[in-house]
Design a protein around this ligand. Structure first.
Ligand SMILES: C[S@@+](CC[C@H](N)C(=O)[O-])C[C@H]1O[C@@H](n2cnc3c(N)ncnc32)[C@H](O)[C@@H]1O
Length: 323
């Protein structure tokens, strides 16, 4: 087993045990695992047309000494799902889930993968999403934000949706990465910006792992996208930011109920922005005074003690420059 995978096995806890966010080391190792999985030869499994998937064989695995470690990591980090009544441990990395059969690691001869695209909360409103915000006030708000958002170098647009950032900024496709769990929202983006079809990934931030050592100069989440991501994944943002890079996040103001929900008539669930800790998560800081809570909010949640947080209409703009 390679050194990196064996060190990963020591440092990782299983998915069931995990109650805290991923550490930077764990996140980096998962990104290296992604690069390793990407470089394998995957063959379509013709014998199971009713369950379309691909497999990669131990005998062709490259480098060969990383196969056992990969199987172990999939089993340790993955979660148990039932398929035709039988439990399998599956791990999602970007648009694929990976799994093995139950044999001992040494007797495992292949790793399976399947592309997944689960229904997402924004799917039903994707076709009308842009139309919901065509009033003068919303258009002015969009313009103000697009004037301020930094777009330099390699850009990660988290919860890119129908592509507001691309509507308003001149960006070359090779500098852009957009991620969103709603395939229907991405289809709207592709219709408006066809050259960006290959620059988007249909994945939630929680399952997103860039290539090993890949970092971004501008990390952007417009109009509350972060509030749809589980808070235990928010701490990954600094891991993705290059030195000199800028983070620009628009979060809902505390106690805000999204206009999207009001205007679409759908109760799309979201994670409210905490001001001080509501008690249950994380319990350790529930008793803080407000100033202490704000500092912790920046440090614990976002990993950026020095981030600026500025009110903007119904949002808080969190801005950080990684100087
Ligand atoms: C309010 S919309 C904002 C879309 C776009 N940023 C804009 O400003 O027009 C929120 C977006 O976040 C996406 N989203 C929901 N859950 C997410 C997750 N776990 N990871 C990343 N994006 C998510 C939704 O599908 C939706 O496209």
């Amino acid at each position: 087993m390679s050194a990196f995978l064996s060190s990963l096995l020591l440092s990782l806890v299983s998915a069931e045990q995990r109650t805290t966010a991923m550490t930077e080391t764990e996140f980096k190792t998962a990104c290296r695992l992604r690069s390793l999985l990407d470089q394998q030869a995957w063959t379509f499994a013709r014998t199971m047309p009713d369950n379309p998937h691909e497999y990669a064989l131990r005998k062709r695995w490259c480098p060969p000494d990383t196969f056992d470690g990969t199987v172990n990591v999939i089993r340790q980090l993955g979660s148990v799902e039932k398929f035709r009544g039988s439990p399998y441990t599956v791990l999602q990395i970007n648009e694929h889930i990976y799994w093995t059969m139950g044999a001992p690691v040494r007797s495992t001869i292949l790793i399976n993968r399947k592309r997944v695209s689960a229904p997402a909360a924004y799917d039903p409103i994707a076709k009308i999403y842009d139309d919901l915000f065509q009033d003068a006030e919303s258009l002015q708000e969009n313009r103000k934000i697009l004037d301020r958002v930094p777009v330099a170098g390699q850009i990660l647009d988290i919860g890119c949706g129908t592509g507001l950032l691309l509507d308003g900024k001149s960006i070359q496709p090779e500098n852009y990465y957009g991620i969103d769990p709603s395939r229907a929202m991405l289809e709207q983006l592709h219709a408006k910006h066809p050259r960006f079809r290959v620059r988007t990934l249909n994945v939630a931030f929680e399952s997103y792992f860039p290539r090993a050592r890949q970092k971004f100069d501008s990390i952007i989440a417009l109009f509350g996208s972060l509030n749809y991501i589980h808070p235990s994944a928010w701490n990954r943002l600094p891991f993705l930011l290059r030195p000199g890079g800028t983070l620009f996040l628009m979060m809902f103001k505390p106690d805000y109920y999204p206009k999207t929900n009001k205007r679409s008539g759908r109760d799309i669930p979201f994670f409210p922005t905490p001001t001080s800790w509501p008690g249950s998560w994380p319990p350790a800081v529930a008793k803080d005074r407000p100033e202490t809570a704000t500092r912790r909010w920046r440090r614990v949640v976002l990993g950026f003690p020095q981030a600026d947080i500025e009110p903007f209409n119904d949002y808080r703009i969190v801005r950080y420059e990684n100087l």
